[in-house]
Design a protein around this ligand. Structure first.
Ligand code: ATP
Ligand code: MG
Length: 452
């Protein structure tokens, strides 16, 4: 019965589908993952479910990462209990999601995501084959079939320390390759975000994407355009936080996926120096992610779109527009272009905008301005960004070094640095702006005061 059903869903010969329902069960000696490698919360959740008579396993990315010797960033549990039954067992839990109902179990500082085994025919699809609802429950065999890659379909049972492997996931993991379960094209049509997951996981794990899994990506990339922007942005965030953001973005572009998600990325990377700028920017944030330090998404987005902003800014300056006005216009233009694809949520775009907007302030070193600027809450982010521009040869290295010294100096040293600039003839940059200021406020400018 199940065999027939599975072969119908995945167009597999019944014999092949049948083989898939017989898993390999690996003992501790064969895989080496001990139960104490799990988090306290993951262990507690699994054992409470099992004690209540349900099947329960750690599943997905955590098992994969443990096998690779990587510390999992979170733990997912798959169980035979329904969301209501799970919710009933854990006081601090809540049922979330509509398209996929899952339970978040809060335990201490951790949140464990508990999903009920999926199964049954995926009946609710739209005209492109997209799965619209998927809350039919099934058993473990079916659940394994519905997961994306073979390495993500491994179940770990902490009670006997076994790994249950229906799709040769362990073999593929050792060969370091991502293999889609079932027919790749069809699985991408069911859920186009799987294409982004393939790229993100391959870059993050340093895996190759198996040829059969990779090939249909190009032909199906356009499907991403129909995905809800919020879901795409979620994926972009995961990608930026993967610790391999640059590798991910590069692969995204190489696989033709940026068109569906982040078209401006193509424009940025095609810009002379654009790719290097982005590479340097993300090398830094990737390093921070890997050292478990916080990173600013606004900063990464600022770097991703900078080549576009800079170009437009320069063009406007050449046309005689004023410095700040030109920059603000350029920023607005780029943001409008980006909004056509998906709007960047405010909590990130505000930082991004501020980093850009503060760039011209590194050109003014007179009077109290530098003193005030370093006190700005966003100074550090703006300065890090300015360093990237210096690395790219966009702004003079001496100017960046001056700001480095200024930040590190005490009050007297800072004053000395400001005096040095004045004594050497003041700011060379932007004489146009100076002229204007003098006209408006001759007395203040002469006294080193602060024009508005
Ligand atoms: P990460 O290390 O980024 O958390 P992950 O593989 O754990 O990677 P999750 O988004 O946490 O990714 O998903 C958990 C598991 O759920 C996956 O390992 C996979 O088995 C399954 N899964 C997630 N998204 C999909 C999808 N779009 N289609 C099929 N299965 C999916
Ligand atoms: Mg996960």
């Amino acid at each position: 019965m199940i065999r027939k059903l599975i072969s119908r869903i995945f167009d597999l010969p019944a014999s092949l589908a049948g083989n898939k329902s017989k898993p390999r069960v690996l003992a501790l000696a064969q895989h080496g993952v001990r139960r104490d490698a799990l988090s306290h919360a993951a262990l507690r959740v699994v054992s409470r479910l099992q004690d209540a008579g349900f099947a329960a396993y750690v599943v997905g990315g955590a098992v994969r990462d443990l096998l690779l010797g990587v510390t999992p960033k979170d733990f997912d549990v798959a169980t035979s209990a329904t969301p209501e039954q799970v919710h009933h067992l854990f006081r601090r839990s809540r049922i979330i999601g509509r398209r996929f109902r899952i339970v978040h179990v809060m335990m201490g500082p951790e949140t464990i995501e508990v999903t009920t085994f999926r199964g049954g025919e995926v009946a609710n699809k739209n005209e492109t084959g997209r799965v619209m609802a998927d809350n039919t429950y099934g058993n473990q065999v079916e659940d394994a079939l519905r997961r994306d890659f073979t390495v993500n379909a491994l179940f770990y049972n902490p009670t006997d320390e076994t790994i249950i492997d229906y799709h040769h996931g362990v073999k593929d993991l050792r060969a370091r390759k991502l293999v889609m379960i079932g027919q790749p094209a069809r699985r991408y049509q069911e859920d186009p975000v799987r294409m982004l997951r393939a790229v993100r996981l391959a870059a993050k794990l340093d895996f190759t994407i198996d040829e059969h899994t990779r090939k249909p990506i190009a032909a199906n990339a356009a499907l991403l355009r129909n995905e809800p922007p919020a879901r795409l942005f979620d994926e972009l965030l995961k990608l930026l936080h993967s610790g391999h953001a640059y590798a991910c973005l590069k692969m995204l572009r190489d696989e033709g996926l940026s068109q569906g998600t982040f078209p401006l990325l193509d424009a940025v990377m095609d810009e002379p120096g654009g790719e290097t700028f982005l590479k340097n920017a993300l090398a830094n944030t990737d390093e921070r992610v890997r050292a478990d330090k916080p990173v600013s998404v606004g900063f990464m987005l600022a770097a991703m779109l900078w080549a576009q902003v800079r170009n437009r800014w320069q063009q406007r300056l050449q046309q005689g527009e004023r410095d700040i006005a030109a920059l603000v216009e350029a920023m607005a233009e780029v943001e409008t272009l980006q909004d056509n694809d998906f709007a960047i949520p405010k909590r990130f775009s505000a930082t991004m905008r501020e980093i850009w907007f503060l760039q011209p302030r590194f050109e003014s070193r007179a009077g109290q301005r530098p003193f005030r600027f370093v006190e700005q809450p966003r100074f550090r982010a703006a300065y890090d960004f300015f360093c990237l521009r210096a690395d790219a040869g966009e702004v003079p290295r001496e100017l960046q070094q001056w700001w480095e010294d200024f930040q590190n100096g005490d009050t007297a040293e800072r004053q000395q640095l400001v005096d040095d600039v004045r004594n050497s003839g003041g700011e060379a940059a932007n004489p146009e702006r100076k002229k204007r200021r003098r006209r408006r406020k001759p007395a203040a400018a002469a006294g080193g005061g602060e024009p508005a």
